[in-house]
Ligand binder design. Structure first.
Ligand code: ATP
Length: 337
């Protein structure tokens, strides 16, 4: 059995670029479990003029079970004896829930996102959308097939380089108990105050910050000034703008935002996505309408692909999801079937 990396929960809620690029920030390691099994190639390469072409070639991925995560797995899969059975290699007969989860990770995923394109991932809960995005910064490596950046298998790339290419915005933005400035600058350690402010303006968060009594010196994070979900997400977008990666991986928020925050975020997103290759787990109608390609994921497979019009006309799963989740204006989709 292959083992899982540390706490996926931690990884899911923390900004990924932190894990590999800003190693001097030791605090990082208090909140992120590095996926220790991800090894850098002994002869790591970089790409001199990256274009941002991202492709998946026949990618298959199954989660393993890690004894360290046994408790979590017990919660996820039910009985202790089932998990023990899996650890002793007797999985399929004795742990049906687990073997089902193993089947449903990712199967034979192939697609290309051309430089600057927006690719939207849609599909029912548990379909594998998040898992797919985790393979892009190598939180996990595929069991079979490969992920390429500009034609290079990402396992051959230097981890620092790969990290510098990817900006990841998850639904939960992790903030350190520190000033807003510090929370932003870790995306680009040599950023000037002007650069930080420009990024915050582009992310539609500067005016909000400037109106705080301590401005950019306001302490946020645990026990600090409490930011709303929309404000945190705009800070996360400002980080991406500062970092300036070729690839943006975004899990759109499902939470309800008031319409002002919503439009501030949409506008910021348009700026962040411009000129970057974006892979977005889409929960908003505006995003799927703007997508160059929509990949419909179900039980780990791409079951349909196309644009909104062609997929709607096909009358399949997308049409069903559209009717049930997206059709009523721009309201966030329910996170389920
Ligand atoms: P949602 O829209 O609800 O976030 P999703 O489409 O993003 O769902 P994933 O979170 O990628 O789906 O999950 C795909 C499958 O992998 C599910 O069956 C899930 O239970 C399983 N899975 C996710 N994380 C793990 C893990 N750490 N260990 C084992 N199985 C996992």
């Amino acid at each position: 059995l292959s083992s899982l990396y540390g706490s996926l929960q931690g990884l899911a809620t923390a900004p990924v670029e932190f894990a590999t690029s800003v190693v001097s920030f030791e605090r990082v390691f208090e909140v992120i479990d590095l996926p220790l099994e991800i090894q850098e190639s002994p002869h790591p390469v970089t790409i001199t003029q990256p274009r941002g072409e991202l492709s998946f070639e026949n990618v298959t991925f199954h989660y393993g079970i890690d004894e360290k995560n046994l408790l979590k797995d017990v919660r996820r899969y039910g009985q202790v004896d089932q998990v023990s059975a899996v650890l002793s290699g007797d999985a399929p007969q004795t742990a049906p829930a687990l073997s089902q989860a193993r089947e449903t990770a990712l199967e034979d995923i192939s697609f290309s996102a051309h430089p600057g394109q927006l690719v939207a991932l849609v599909g029912p809960s548990g379909a594998g959308k998040t898992t797919l995005t985790y393979l892009i910064p190598r939180l996990y490596d595929p069991g079979a097939g490969c992920v390429r950046l500009d034609g290079v298998d990402i396992r051959e790339l230097s981890l620092d380089f790969l990290s510098s290419m990817i900006g990841m915005v998850t639904q939960e933005t992790h903030l350190f108990h520190d000033t807003i400035r510090t929370n932003l600058i870790y995306a680009k350690l040599d950023a000037s105050d002007q650069e930080i402010e420009d990024a915050a303006r582009a992310a539609n968060i500067h005016n909000f910050i400037a109106a705080l009594p301590d401005g950019y010196n306001t302490i946020v994070g645990e026990r600090g000034y409490r930011l709303s979900g929309g404000e945190k997400q705009r800070l996360a977008l400002a980080r991406v703008i500062l970092k300036n990666p070729r690839i943006l991986v975004l899990d759109e928020a499902t939470s309800h935002l008031d319409s002002e925050s919503e439009s501030l975020i949409q506008e910021a997103l348009r700026r962040v996505m411009a000129g970057r290759t974006s892979i977005v787990i889409a929960h908003r109608l505006s995003t799927i309408l703007a997508a160059d390609q929509i990949l419909v994921i179900d039980r780990g497979r791409i079951v349909e692909r196309g644009n909104h019009t062609s997929l709607l006309a096909a009358g399949g799963l997308y049409a069903h999801l559209y009717q049930t989740q997206f059709a009523e204006g721009h309201k966030p989709a329910a996170n389920g079937q």
